[in-house]
Design a binder for this molecule. Structure first.
Ligand code: PEP
Length: 248
């Protein structure tokens, strides 16, 4: 079984005054060694958060697919790696929607992340209409197949996060059976693409995970961890999720 991995996604939240909280969560990570804990902070905090936390990994929430060039306002994978990022989220639904990122864009970003020896957290997920249509699994697997990086050596370079768009920030989650069905389908797609190495890729669940539902979600087969937005913003809410991962 893969060691459970809990990744916080701070989104556009966090100032230098919040670094004390990074230290607090880092101490929780040290106290729960059966779980891997990371936090993906805004680009402006990566370097200071990485310096503040020697146990917990720090990640970025996006990067450009190109190494450098005329892309005003963007940061490259090399830039966030130089600041100390170990993970980069790619293809979050908020970016797919707000910035119009395509599956091809997400694939290129994942490859750029991996080329810098970081781990790409590749997000996929269906809309509520797609869930209601009964085609969620087929739609997510197609999105996944079009977004997966072409790489030979997978060692700790890729995670997939299944994040139903309608569950993000809403307090609603799919049924445990629906999560199990989707994670199994994702596992099968990863094995088809990467062979046996596909079994070593963490598949995270994301979308309103919190201290009340984390234990149930993390005990589902092929749920190897969680991507946690709102509940990662306070130690009081994040610590129970870390505990659930440690005990799963
Ligand atoms: C996310 O946006 O990645 C996320 C999982 O958010 P939340 O936990 O707030 O639903």
């Amino acid at each position: 079984m893969l060691k459970k991995r809990i990744v916080g996604n701070w989104k556009m939240n966090g100032l230098k005054s919040d670094l004390a909280y990074i230290i607090e969560i880092s101490q929780q990570a040290a106290a729960h060694p059966k779980a891997d804990v990371a936090i993906c902070v805004p680009a402006t905090l990566i370097e200071s958060a990485a310096k503040a936390s020697d146990i917990m990994a720090i990640g970025a929430q996006d990067c450009h697919a190109s190494h450098s060039g005329a892309h005003t306002g963007c940061v490259s994978a090399a830039m966030v790696a130089e600041c100390g990022a170990k993970y980069v989220i790619v293809g979050h639904s908020e970016r797919r929607t707000d910035q119009g990122e395509s599956n091809a864009d997400v694939k290129a970003k994942a490859q750029a992340v991996i080329a810098q020896q970081m781990c790409a957290i590749l997000c996929v997920g269906e809309s509520e209409d797609h869930r209601n249509s009964g085609n969620a699994v087929a739609i997510v697997i197609e999105q996944l197949n079009l977004s997966l990086p072409d790489i030979d050596n997978l060692e700790n370079s890729l995670c997939v996060a299944y994040e139903p768009i309608w569950a993000i920030g809403t307090g609603r989650i799919p049924s445990l059976e629906e999560v199990a069905e989707m994670h199994m389908a994702i596992r099968q797609a990863l094995v088809v693409k990467y062979g046996d190495s596909g079994n070593d890729i963490h598949i995270l669940y994301g979308g309103s995970m919190n201290g009340d539902n984390a234990a149930d979600l993390l005990n589902i087969a092929h749920v190897d961890g969680g991507l946690v937005g709102g509940a990662s913003l306070s130690a009081a809410k994040f610590t129970p999720v870390i505990e659930a991962a440690n005990n799963a």
